[in-house]
Design a protein around this ligand. Structure first.
Ligand code: NI
Ligand code: MN
Length: 229
């Protein structure tokens, strides 16, 4: 079984069938809703970063340095991290995928903002994205990152087992648009993320569940909660 643990906001830890440890969008130390701190993570193989905003990227550089994990993100974000001393990086661009030992990872489009936290000069402005993973064993996961509802999501129809979708509104899709995204994608299971961390993104995930109805199974996690698939 693959195991997905939610650490609050958009940070998920994925342990694959072959025990590869992948962390999405690490923001732990400064996130009041996170169940762990970055130092609680002992072993990591990959860190996948959807975009450069602090609430997705803040702990990525120190974690990559301490654990030796490979940082996978847009080319510009990886270049920025390497300029700050990260040794193992793998830069990609929207629409491109790469076969890693754990499976195939493709960067999906996201409609959102480009700045990179910590980049004072603004040199590393990067296209935000999301992730579509086709894991060894045939399990397919979509982490949408931060995004508006976009028609491109229709291209994922029938290709996703578990979808991680933002529902917070204000900075990303809200519950209604996220429910439309579920109609586009038709995943088996959807887990809401990127809500309740700040006042402007407070949402009731059960209302999202109601909007999705029978279209998909909605799994609402608490920070620290896990889902196996
Ligand atoms: Ni963002
Ligand atoms: Mn965000």
């Amino acid at each position: 079984m693959a195991r997905l643990t939610w650490h609050g906001h958009s940070c998920f830890e994925l342990v694959t069938d072959d025990d590869t440890r992948i962390l999405f969008d690490p923001w732990l130390d400064e996130n009041p809703k996170a169940d762990i701190k970055a130092d609680d993570i002992e072993r990591l193989d990959y860190i996948l970063v959807s975009h450069g905003h602090f609430d997705h990227f803040a702990d990525a550089i120190p974690l990559a340095k301490r654990t030796g994990a490979t940082l996978v993100s847009s080319f510009e974000i990886v270049a920025f991290a390497q300029s700050k001393g990260v040794e193992k990086g793998h830069g990609m661009s929207i629409g491109g995928g790469y076969r890693f030992p754990f499976g195939y990872a493709k960067m999906t489009p996201a409609l959102h903002g480009p700045n990179v936290a910590g980049d004072e000069e603004g040199t590393f402005s990067a296209m935000p994205g999301g992730w579509w993973l086709d894991l060894e064993g045939g399990k397919r996961l979509y982490h949408a990152g931060d995004t508006a509802l976009i028609m491109d999501m229709q291209l994922l129809e029938g290709r996703v087992d578990v979808a991680l979708l933002p529902i917070g509104d204000n900075f990303t899709m809200g519950p209604e648009d996220a429910a439309r995204a579920v109609e586009f994608i038709r995943p088996r299971t959807v887990i809401p993320m990127h809500y309740d961390t700040f006042e402007v993104i407070e949402q009731d995930p059960l209302e999202f569940k109601r909007l999705v109805g029978d279209t998909a199974e909605v799994v609402v996690l608490e920070p620290g909660g896990a889902f196996e698939f």
